[in-house]
Write a protein that binds this ligand. Sequence first.
Ligand code: GLN
Length: 389
Amino acid sequence: MNLKLYSPLGDGGKLPDTGTTIFTIMSQLALEHNAINLGQGFPDFMMSEELISLVNTAMLQGHNQYAHMCGVPLLREKIAQKAKKLYDSNVNADAQITITPGGTYAIYTSLTSMLEKDDEVIVFEPAYDSYIPNILVNGAKPVLIPLQYPAYSIPWNEVHEKITAKTKAIIINSPHNPTGAVINEGDIEQLKSIVQQHKNIFIVSDEVYEHLVFDGLAHQSILRYPELMERSFVCFSFGKTYHCTGWKIGYCIASPLLMKEFRKVHQFNCFSVNSFVQYALADFLNNEDAYLSLGNFIQRKRDYFQNRMLATKFKPLPSHGSYFQCYSYKGFSDENDMELAIRLTKEYGVTAVPLSSFYQSGKDDNVLRFCFAKKEATLKEAADRLSKL
Ligand code: GLN
């Protein structure tokens, strides 16, 4: 359907240049061709049955009506305790935490609660695909800065150069989707110096892969740094932590003043998140091992897949976190990354995501993103198929 013909908003609606998210496109293509889906990031293995039965119990106990607008108080309390334990962060559960229907929603709400027309937001590319439409729909302007290939590190000099009187926010994402890059203490120092110099800049920190950090590195959560925290929205996802992306539940932690604004938007959007899952999660958070063991568990999958991929012509780029690793196909195909991703799905039965879809300009470095949060048998079969290329 051509939206232009039907839009009551005139020429192309509010997001004239925004198409369908690449995750939906690639998952649909995988489905049509019965391909192994290493495109969209979701596990294909079973989540904790204990957590499932906690949800069942919560429903049977009668937790089936509206939850508190900000989230079930016990769950927020458990999250605050976890933030203290992991990051030595003093988070007030009443004033600073809101439970959301997923991390993506938390990011959208953070941006919407502060952005005004013509504000500028610094976004690093490749960028998770919701950020830029979230900025545009608020009438604000994304200011794009490319991460440095192949480590995808942040070029801080360029960040300093791109800051203007209109800069309202910087979006940080570590571990990074789509590349698996992880920020370090040096990056945090840079961020601190920016907010010291520019008192009007806020931070949206996408930390949905907080527990998926590899190689002995520490997750540099904004929660660790009070001077950053006072001007930040930090967004998390239970789906990534407990292998249940379809549950669509996460949360945002922000300074009390920012959280007040966040809740003004949230209360008239989804109002509150399903109650029974929140009770179950509050209970399950007592099991620290369930999230602390995650980094090693997923790292083994990265290593397994990387090892199997040695049999193919793809060259791995570094990944130190997240569900993802990028692989370069430079040198063995002239196709653009979308063409190759489509051909791999149709002819070899493996789906990946072309990295150009994370750039506004469609910049193509001949790289595909693979999700390795899968059973070993799935990863083995995918690599076997790709080795025939
Ligand atoms: N975060 C997931 C990914 O990067 C997808 C989320 C979605 O499909 N909206 O693959």
